[in-house]
Write a new protein. Sequence first.
Length: 237
Amino acid sequence: MTTHLWPLAAPHDTGNGVGADALLAALDALDTGVLVCDARGRLLVCNHAARRELDVGGLLRVGHDAMLDVAGGAGLLALRRAVHGAAFDHSHQLVALRHAEQCLLLAVQPLRTSDGGPPRALLLTGRRGLCPRLALQHLGRLYALTPAEVSVLGGLLDGVRISDMARARKVKLSTVRTQVAALRAKLGVQRMDDITRLVAELPPMLGALGRQDAQPAAPRGLSGLSASVSSGAGQRQ
């Protein structure tokens, strides 16, 4: 049985409805990983951002029979309990996965469908950084930042000290300080906390340059899993 995440338009309703391909493409445009699992933790659907996380395999993985797995096993029990609770008890939980120096936060919540289908859980991955590269460039264009100011902003968001930026770029410390002052003036903020708050309010955008593929990428790291987002509506679980 094929279960759709959203009500689909009738075949003749081309004016008001939105097709499944458009809805799935919208998921792929987000820099937040989106995964849908059954109550046991079996992966049914994921978008490109989630697939990149699974491909790396540093924390979240897909194991036997498309079951979600965790590197080193730490946090796996908590994840499965959260998925089960979301699917059956409609609970909302935040799960922290940790392995070595890595950490990934997952929001686990129920996925309600209008057709009363089988229990499902929705998982959303936390961002790996405050601001993806493409979002940073869009922000630069919005506030008329120079390329140097965009670079300094990226460094600040990554926690790089001003002195280290100056040393890496082989410029005077005063030059970087001037660029930071220009950033504050253009962004209309006074403190670094204000810059962080501004970036946190950005909508979830495509996470990497060059992701505007003409054709959807083939599923990577999910061989044999027909429920990958880009594999088409007719193949989803």
